[in-house]
Write a protein that binds this ligand. Sequence first.
Ligand SMILES: [Zn+2]
Ligand SMILES: [Zn+2]
Ligand SMILES: [Zn+2]
Length: 471
Amino acid sequence: MKFCPECGKDLKGSTKFCSECGYSLQSLISNEIQSETEIKSNSINVDDESTSEIWQESIQKTTRELGDNLEESVERIFKDRGYETSLRQRLRGKSGQLNEIDVLAKRNKITVAIECKNYDENRKIGIAEIRNFVAKLEDLDINRGFFITSSDFSSDAVGWAQNNPNEKQLELWDGSTFMEQFKATVLGRTNSKIVRIENCIEPKGNIDDFTNLTLHNADRVTLRRCDLIFHPFHIVTFNLNEEFKTPDKQIHTSHNSGSYFVDGLSGEIIYHQDDHGYVFETSDDEEKQFVKEIENYNPVGKLELTQKTGSQIIKVEPSIASNDAQFRVRIHASKDNQSRVPYEVRISKDTYESRDFLHKPDPNKIITKSRLVLVPKVDIEFESKEYSYSRIVFPASEIWVKDEIAKCKHLIGSKHTFAVCEICGIAKCEKDIMIDDNDICFCKKHASQDLKDKNKRSIIPDKLKKFSFRR
Ligand SMILES: [Zn+2]
Ligand SMILES: [Zn+2]
Ligand SMILES: [Zn+2]
């Protein structure tokens, strides 16, 4: 008995496609041959980069394989980032209950709890799972949590994580982000000064502007990491031009053309546009921005970038082959272009009945073409005492999709931060920060009673002044 490498179901003797999930076994075979020849040619040539051996290994690693060892793979990412890690820790919380944490990571004063869920591609993480995890963080008094899955999050879960007023910093990594971070951290580093990248969108702007901080005490914050990551996408154009017959022998035609954007790491289709319009097939802000970058900028054929000290340039190779991306698109386009065609059936001498014929285009007759585009994003990590903060900037459009250190969460919405607390490092808005006579900043939790009292006294007259002088 043989099993599908994609979904694990019994193949029931099929050698071409898995009847369960549609995975192409042909492309699997050609991929294997391809990587075998790559290894052969690689062993003849002398490597110019020390990472290329591990690199070859990784090309064959799909999300699925990495997902099987999700916790171990996640552990490697955090170790590489200077954390000390431990697996499957059972910790007693404030409630007296034991909470199991998949990966616990510690660096200096920062503690991070990581939940890992290895689900197959089609099973999404829902709101309940995210809520349970945040409850664990509460119980254990851990500020920062990562929820990492090999699959994806439901749009409800993404929305809840973005808007929850809870103080906890929660980061969600789907299969694509996890693969990107794994490849970037564990496999993507190079020591060469010059990095050559092909078919990429060109980054603009200055990296120093992206790491800039406007806080009152910015000197209390350290820049931990600044990576310029190139994320791979397959842009698959398609052309559908098919004739078919309804049961009444009438000939109809089905036409459509356009393109699908396939994530080169997870194989997920994140966007498509055709003769009828466009559809975002993702609710993730970062993935949406990737789409906009591809829509708005033409890639350049060749680019040479110089690595600066303190910042890394990482080119992430795709895990999904072009053939596989095109196969996925043909299946998807066939579903997207289903149509119901009415036809008439004669049921007696003079009576006709109208019926619907469901036509689904043959995926094999949809013509596809694929090209690879690498989209740059800047991935930044700051650290201050017990807190770490992530910032993500797209350097072609100079759009910031995420900036944790700039946000002070309030019950409704958030305010721009003013400073970090000298004791714990939390970034808070002007209202939530108290400054003593030596210009040192404290959060409400860590300000002395004296400072709090002084602050109260100074706020009340200020407010009165405003009221009395306003007309
Ligand atoms: Zn399958
Ligand atoms: Zn504090
Ligand atoms: Zn605030």
